[in-house]
Design a protein around this ligand. Structure first.
Ligand SMILES: Cc1cc2nc3c(=O)[nH]c(=O)nc-3n(C[C@H](O)[C@H](O)[C@H](O)COP(=O)(O)OP(=O)(O)OC[C@H]3O[C@@H](n4cnc5c(N)ncnc54)[C@H](O)[C@@H]3O)c2cc1C
Length: 394
């Protein structure tokens, strides 16, 4: 029987055959491209199109539905390479992990209707509607309701915040309350997942308002006012939605951790080259231990975090529990990328602030990972309470 102790992590295979074409694709979208999109807060449509056409966004969709049927390690390698190239996977990563909820819990009809079109790029499933303004990280307490009307319809009312790419997606995976809190035995009961077709919703009970943020993330507020959705948009069983979402969290954590590793590698490469070339006081700044050692330290930190990402991916692919590893991977990788970003800013001195080097942009972008999709404290709470068995604060 396969156990955590017998799962092998193959460190001799690093998906180079997959990484090479991703690198080649990313090379067509250099810093100038991302900088321009960042300035205009514009969606990197051309990049996402090319990634879709090349099949990379369908890497995790099973072959029977038109995808490549690859494992999470392959998805992680793709997203890592995008960020390591100076790009930002945030434009498209959600499809890889939200698709899993449909794949694992959707009906045969739903899977047949949507997955092949998602794989071919005819439909985008890029939006994931969980967070609400009044409940934030306390997801089980969310207030948006989906109330059944007759046999064929649910009526949605409420508000979501930070729902990214809702304007660049055809489908929204929505978590809403189908049973009032007071009637639920457990905090996690009474929530359901729906796959909402956005073209049938916008202007008919759904309003989307963009939020301008410190990074180019195409994120929005959503307002639901008696939006009617067909009851066949319900994924799985009513009331079990929180469990379905939790089920996809490990994949999300692993993929986001890989993006952080990509960012860290980009910062480390930039820092070490700049420190070797930039001369003041008659020599390269990187000859000073004060400049060199922080770069060396964060390199070691990144390699360590990467090993935990690989461990989590190996467990996930073997179908074994990997909650602690997936959460630790996200925690360690997001700390490594943040440290690498700060080190890069410091190494570049004043030039770190100049837009043309992309350092300040990547520095802003990588900061998100300590807050979203889950903040560092929530992971520490998970480790403290679920791994180490310490009490909950409240
Ligand atoms: C750019 C961006 C894109 C996003 N995209 C999406 C998306 O597509 N879909 C979606 O559903 N959400 C999205 N989010 C939301 C994101 O997941 C949340 O912002 C995040 O989970 C934190 O929730 P919050 O902002 O309400 O913070 P809060 O829950 O208010 O927490 C604020 C701070 O307090 C800390 N805190 C709260 N409670 C505790 C506690 N009990 N113990 C210790 N510390 C605590 C938190 O860790 C955090 O640091 C996005 C956010 C951003 C900024």
């Amino acid at each position: 029987m396969m156990t955590e102790n017998t799962v092998k992590i193959d460190l001799t295979y690093n998906y180079e055959d997959l990484r090479d074409p991703v690198r080649a694709l990313c090379a067509k979208f250099p810093g100038e491209y991302w900088r321009e999109k960042d300035t205009d807060r514009a969606y990197p449509e051309e990049f996402v199109d090319e990634l879709t056409k090349s099949g990379f966004l369908a890497a995790l969709i099973p072959e029977e539905f038109g995808g490549s049927g690859l494992g999470i390690g392959a998805g992680a390698a793709i997203l890592e390479e995008i960020n390591a190239s100076g790009g930002n996977s945030g434009a498209c990563h959600a499809q890889m992990y939200t698709m899993g909820t449909l794949l694992r819990h959707g009906s045969k009809e739903q899977k047949r209707a949507y997955l092949p079109k998602i794989a071919s790029g005819d439909l985008r499933l890029q939006a994931f509607g969980v967070t609400e303004p009044t409940t934030g990280s306390d997801t089980t307490q969310l207030n948006t309701t989906a109330i059944k009307k007759g046999n064929d319809t649910y009526v949605v009312n409420g508000q979501k915040v930070w729902i990214s790419r809702a304007q660049q997606s055809d489908l929204l995976l929505l978590l809403a309350r189908t049973t009032p809190k007071e009637e639920c035995k457990k905090r996690s009961d009474g929530l359901s997942v729906f796959l909402v077709e956005l073209d049938k919703a916008v202007g008919k009970g759904l309003e989307i308002k963009p939020i301008r943020t410190m990074i180019n993330h195409n994120t929005n507020e959503l307002f639901f006012d008696n939006l009617e959705i067909p009851s066949n948009t319900l994924i799985g069983e009513e009331g079990k939605g929180f469990r379905y979402i939790l089920d996809g969290m490990n994949a999300e954590r692993i993929l986001i951790a890989a993006e952080c590793i990509g960012d860290a590698r980009w910062f480390i490469k930039k820092s070490s080259s700049y420190a070797s070339e930039r001369e003041v006081f008659g020599g390269p700044i990187g000859a000073n231990q004060g400049v060199q050692f922080p770069i060396a330290r964060v390199y070691a930190q990144t390699e360590a975090a990467d090993l935990v990402v690989k461990k989590a991916a190996a467990l996930f692919e073997s179908g074994l529990p990997c909650g602690p590893e997936a959460n630790m991977a996200k925690l360690l990788a997001s700390e490594a990328s943040w440290e690498a970003g700060d080190t890069c800013m410091q190494t570049f001195g004043g030039f770190g602030f100049a837009e043309e080097y992309d350092v300040e942009r990547k520095f802003r972008e990588t900061r998100l990972y300590r807050t979203a999709p889950i903040s560092t404290n929530m992971i520490l709470g998970y480790i403290g309470q679920h791994v180490l068995g310490m009490p909950r604060s409240y």
